[in-house]
Design a binder for this molecule. Structure first.
Ligand code: ATP
Ligand code: MG
Length: 350
């Protein structure tokens, strides 16, 4: 449970201290008051990245440092602190948990979170990157093995791409290392595929029912992981080897988990270009509700639910659906107006 947050020079917050209810806190303030900034600070604290921009933009304008503190109630840890120090060319970050220096990978998963933002429909309507980010964002919070595999894969991918680029531009001629990268990558890729399959299965088992209860209809949603490589280690290695000459011509790695797609179909049709605005909203909401359930079922620490200004976007019945979830775990929501629906929550005005 998150007890409080202290922000010093975080975006528009010169200094802000907020206490949260163990149940639901509604942060109310006018446009531009800094409500989204507070949720962004919480997201950043637990995911170690912003959901909208690079971390240098988190430091208040005209300032060169930022400090963020989160106090917990009954978690394994009491205090999480971030310090960012900006210089003209770089940014230095220090993370500490209860006074001990930590890496980003030590923090992710300590307090799982699920955030709903008005932009969530982009999961349906925008490019595959949005769905890959969704999938990664869910699984890194539920499996340390997946988090380690993603980090390892990303590192090897960067190195492999760097070499392919150098070879294409004739800055080097030594191709031998490519085989080593292929060999090293096969292991994390097989781990990534294992966990992505598990999530896909969970979504398929739960999403149609979630969607129907929001839309009121009897729709069938089908979710499929479209992988660019086979699933088993041996197959992954042979396929990477087979694509190496294409990759050499391109100057980058063309196949792998960074290129895969999560295909979402509604009643047999791909959802990306075929749905109405209302259907997009219902489907995005259903996916996010499944995310919440998945994270809840896989973690000992209950997730923190963050709702940024999403109620105004939803009609009465969808609002009701979402707010029913708010009672199942600690929730922090933002809104510009005190509506009847949130009257019963602990209200913080900023
Ligand atoms: N690095 C920064 N330094 C100072 N101010 C910033 C920085 N980044 C953003 N801001 C400002 O923070 C202000 C508050 O933004 P925020 O998005 O949190 O408002 P909000 O309360 O969510 O508003 P809305 O109701 O419109 O969503 C904006 O005026 C923005 O210009
Ligand atoms: Mg906002």
């Amino acid at each position: 449970m998150v007890k409080s947050i202290k922000l010093a020079n975080f975006r528009s917050h010169g200094y802000t201290e907020l206490d949260f209810s163990p149940n639901t806190t509604a942060i109310i303030g006018c446009n531009g008051a800094g409500k989204t900034n507070i949720l962004e600070a919480l997201y950043y604290a637990f995911i170690t990245k912003s959901f909208k921009s690079p971390q240098s933009s988190l430091v208040s304008r005209d300032m060169d440092f930022m400090k963020l503190n989160v106090e917990f109630g009954d978690n394994k840890i009491n205090n999480l602190e971030y310090r960012l120090k900006k210089s003209s060319s770089s940014i230095a970050r220090t993370i500490t948990i209860d006074g001990v220096k930590k890496q980003a990978s030590d923090v992710i998963g300590t307090q799982p979170i699920v955030i709903f933002i008005p932009d969530d429909t982009r999961i349906i309507t925008d490019g595959p990157q949005f769905r890959r980010n969704l999938v990664n964002g869910i699984i890194i919070q539920t499996s340390r093995e997946y988090l380690a595999a993603i980090n390892r894969y990303q590192k090897l991918l960067n190195q492999r791409n760097h070499l392919l680029y150098s070879l294409k531009n004739k800055r080097t001629t030594s191709k031998d290392q490519l085989f080593v990268y292929n060999l090293q990558m096969a292991e994390p890729i097989s781990v990534i595929y294992h966990y992505r399959d598990e999530l896909t299965q969970f979504l398929n088992q739960n999403i149609s029912q979630k969607y129907s209860s929001i839309s009121g209809g009897k729709d069938k949603i089908n979710i499929k992981q479209l992988s660019t490589l086979p699933k088993d280690k041996h197959g992954i290695l042979s396929s990477l080897e087979a694509h190496t000459s294409d990759d050499l011509a391109l100057g980058f790695t063309s196949k792998g988990p960074h290129k895969d797609e999560l295909a979402i179909g509604l009643n047999g049709f791909p959802s990306r270009d075929n749905l109405s605005r209302g259907e997009n909203r219902s489907l995005a909401l259903a996916i996010k509700l499944c995310e919440l359930e998945f994270i809840r079922s896989r973690n000992q620490t209950p997730p923190l639910l963050l709702l940024d200004d999403v109620l105004s976007e939803l009609d009465e019945s969808r609002q009701k659906h979402l707010l029913e979830q708010a009672t199942n775990q600690q929730t922090i929501l933002t809104t510009t107006a005190e509506t009847g629906n949130i009257g019963k929550y602990e209200i913080v005005r900023i």
